[in-house]
Design a protein around this ligand. Structure first.
Ligand code: AMP
Ligand code: ZN
Ligand code: FE
Ligand code: FE
Length: 297
């Protein structure tokens, strides 16, 4: 039987719409054998997801999608199995989450100044769980509930994307630094959707090579935001640099159309390479996350 592995999903502790337990059950129903939980900038969903995985007989890799930037360009960095108590990692995540919290009132103020009728309470009311990481999708849901737009996509296109009237910049960690921090915390890193949602990719082969030099383990090649051409090119870059190639759904529950669980998957051999890198980081740092979350190779 073919093992099905999806290494990028969101629950409602960030901007997905299912609680971690419900997400893991849905992953089992979708026929996945391995699912990574990668909420934005938080490990808050790990314990619930891992406990449910044991119940339904699949494996959950504890992970997160960290908001970083390289010379002012935003990059999403997937981190698997880092110890969230590692001081440098904990400090960076706290700074990012603080930036998210501070951005909400600033976003609401900008929207109100544009004449949009929306309050912070609309956003809090539109949120399904108790999110550890508030994001623009939560504002988008409130705009939908208010009848301002039809869906999250329209909310981003009209109001929330960079350059639109409701956009507010927030703090992100330095990408190269964060690759080292995650490794020091016993984890491994993969750049999420490196050429997604852009016509002129900032992460050129040269820049990806420098990241590999800094300790990056892999790049997410098979993602819905990548065309077949982009996937082919990225696969070649990963091959040249010896980087692990991953594939995933970037599932957000009902929050993102066309990103069903398992719509892209990671080859078992690539997954093994990634977990070997994680085991090496774990041995080098003595960080106990993999035992603690019942993770074994
Ligand atoms: P934030 O974390 O607040 O910066 O918002 C980024 C999140 O919004 C990511 O998880 C994306 O999945 C989501 N997102 C970004 N652009 C769009 C879009 N055009 N439509 C729907 N969701 C989007
Ligand atoms: Zn998201
Ligand atoms: Fe992302
Ligand atoms: Fe994501």
């Amino acid at each position: 039987m073919r093992v099905r592995i999806d290494l990028h999903t969101h629950s409602d502790v960030s901007d997905g719409t299912q609680p971690p337990a419900g997400l893991v059950r849905a992953a089992a129903d979708a026929g996945l054998d391995v699912m990574a939980l990668t909420d934005h900038d938080t490990a808050a969903g790990w314990a619930e997801a891992v406990a449910t995985a044991a119940e339904v007989g699949i494996r959950v890799v504890p992970g997160m999608e960290i908001s970083t930037e390289l010379d002012g360009h935003g990059v999403h960095l997937l981190a698997y199995l880092p110890d969230p108590r590692h001081p440098a990692l904990a400090a960076e995540l706290a700074a990012v989450l603080e930036g998210r919290n501070a951005r909400l009132p600033a976003t609401i103020a900008k929207l109100q100044a544009e004449g949009v009728e929306i309050e912070i309470d609309d956003v809090l009311a539109a949120v399904a769980g108790v999110p550890a990481a508030l994001g623009r999708p939560h504002v988008a849901d409130a705009l939908v509930a208010r009848g301002v737009v039809a869906d999250r996509s329209e909310a981003f296109d009209r109001w929330l994307s960079a350059g639109r009237p409701g956009y507010v910049r927030r703090y992100a960690a330095d990408l190269t630094t964060m690759i080292g921090v995650v490794r020091d915390a016993g984890g491994v890193t993969v750049v999420a959707h490196p050429w997604g949602r852009t016509r002129t990719p900032y992460l050129t082969a040269e820049r990806i090579a420098a990241l590999a030099e800094a300790g990056l383990a892999g790049i997410e090649v098979d993602h819905e935001d990548h065309t077949p051409d982009v996937r082919r090119t990225l696969r070649g870059i990963a091959g040249d640099l010896g980087l692990v190639i991953t594939g995933s759904s970037d599932h957000h529950g009902a929050g993102k159309e066309g990103h069903g669980l398992g719509c892209n998957t990671t080859a078992p051999t690539e997954f093994e390479r990634l977990m070997e890198r994680a085991a090496a980081a774990r041995r080098a740092t003595g960080r106990p996350v993999q035992e603690e979350y019942a993770w074994t190779l």
